[in-house]
Write a protein that binds this ligand. Sequence first.
Ligand SMILES: *Cc1c(COP(=O)(O)O)cnc(C)c1O
Length: 450
Amino acid sequence: MTDSTTAGVPQERRLVTAVPGPKSQQLLARKNAAVANGVAVTLPVFTARAGGGILEDIDGNRLIDFGSGIAVTTVGNSAEAVVRRATAQLADFTHTCFMITPYEEYVEVAEALAELTPGDHAKKSALFNSGAEAVENAVKIARAYTKRQAVVVFDHGYHGRTNLTMALTAKNMPYKNGFGPFAPEIYRVPVAYGYRWPTGPENCGPEAAAQAIDEISKQVGADNVAAIVIEPVLGEGGFIEPAKGFLPALKKFAEDNGIVFVADEIQSGFCRTGQWFACEDEGIVPDLITTAKGIAGGLPLAAVTGRAEIMDAAHAGGLGGTYGGNPVACAAALGAIATMKELDLNAAAQRIEGIMKPRLAAMQEKFDVIGDIRGRGAMIAVELVKDPATKEPAPELTGAVAKACHAAGLIVLTCGTYGNVLRFLPPLVISDELLNEGLDLIEEAFAAQL
Ligand SMILES: *Cc1c(COP(=O)(O)O)cnc(C)c1O
């Protein structure tokens, strides 16, 4: 870790009050009075500053960050290059609307996306504000290109909280319950979830692909499908890596049937899994790729990038938005991408995996409630079960372990359709010392619960 990524925040855990402390408790009361209950918080410590692998709260506690604001601050909070470029841009101009009078930073981000995303075909991009907006636009573009309507998504998939993306998302609570009706022409098929595949993980990839393709063919009709939308590593659904062979089979099916293959890399992209994009792991070249989260060091930015002929299918004026590709967010993205290259954050993510996986495997030896360890790079998770033989999900235990970690000064998140997955998304610039200390705290949290 270098000073360019720590924002001057001391890289050590420190607890000076209970977590959350008295100042955070006071602010929480104000939050509860003024902010809608639907906007819930995982851990009510109010942030004072953050950098590297540490988040400091307003009571002076310093917490180790295994969340990165949900895989966003990959380069660290307030990373030097992000702050420098965004600050310079703030001083020049804050907004013109790219659709009215354009600016170079937007074009530069589009050029960087063309360079970094898989495939050497001609590519174009369109920029937006949020991941959900990017996914919605990928669907618009695929429909315009194919002149078809159906969209295929997967069990355990997560694509956002807007109306169309709620329909694409698998899990009812908390994302969809009571918020319907949902958009039509969305079809959900099985995903290759190795740990829970009835015939075992070895058979899962090809079997799940055959099942998914059969359902698409029989229930939807391949000729009606505009797009197949999938996360190459499923995020909110439980950090599920589709078993080997699944993604290539779906990609080939899409290719054979004129279907636009969309990789939603909003969580898995930008070095998170130890590659620029997770789909590279099996050599997948998506037709369209959606990005957001890690792209801009914390500023709101999202993109759809893909084959030029597909991207150009939408008519002039058909894509855009007032703030899409805001100049400050674009400048931040250029700073974040430069940092990823300069510090080789793909290698950093691989190093993080190399530290985390063996330590989690050692914990699994001690705690048999750890049913599965999975993920790649700095996108790692453990799935907790009541009994490894039945694999019955253990969501209460998962919540209790997360709470114990929080109290000890470690930010961890949960996920999974059954709420039984602890996920770890440290900033890629975290030091090995903080990483190991965080793992110690996880181990202690398990020991205290069991
Ligand atoms: C977070 C996420 C989204 C939605 O992004 P927002 O910026 O929250 O709208 C979509 N897809 C995936 C895979 C995500 O992880």
